[in-house]
Write a protein that binds this ligand. Structure first.
Ligand code: ZN
Length: 100
């Protein structure tokens, strides 16, 4: 299990998603079963991971049906009307794949 803190633009460095995945992998968790992304509503208009993070999530997912749970929070509380669950396949239908 990892915790993600997401703030600001992904252009400023490595996104929280990739930091959390790196942390999990370094501690022996090699496959993502599901992942949750929560953002502050005042900062971002939605909680969908950026393209680089979607690829990273795909690379470490158990399969293409791994669920990504997205939500927004206000004053530290999840706004349940914003909760959305999508599979990595839905959010990244054409992932990059290395030739085996
Ligand atoms: Zn990202």
């Amino acid at each position: 299990m990892a915790v993600m803190l997401k703030a600001g633009s992904p252009d400023w460095g490595v996104c929280a998603e990739r930091c959390a995945i790196d942390h999990a992998v370094l501690h022996g968790n090699r496959k993502i079963l599901e992942i949750a992304v929560v953002t502050e509503a005042e900062t971002l208009s939605n909680s969908k991971p950026c393209g680089a993070c979607l690829q990273y999530i795909y690379d470490f997912s158990k399969d293409s049906e791994t669920e990504i749970i997205m939500a927004q929070a206000r004053n530290g509380k999840i706004m349940f009307k914003t909760v959305e669950v999508r599979s990595i396949r839905e959010l990244l239908p054409y992932p990059y794949r290395k030739r085996e």
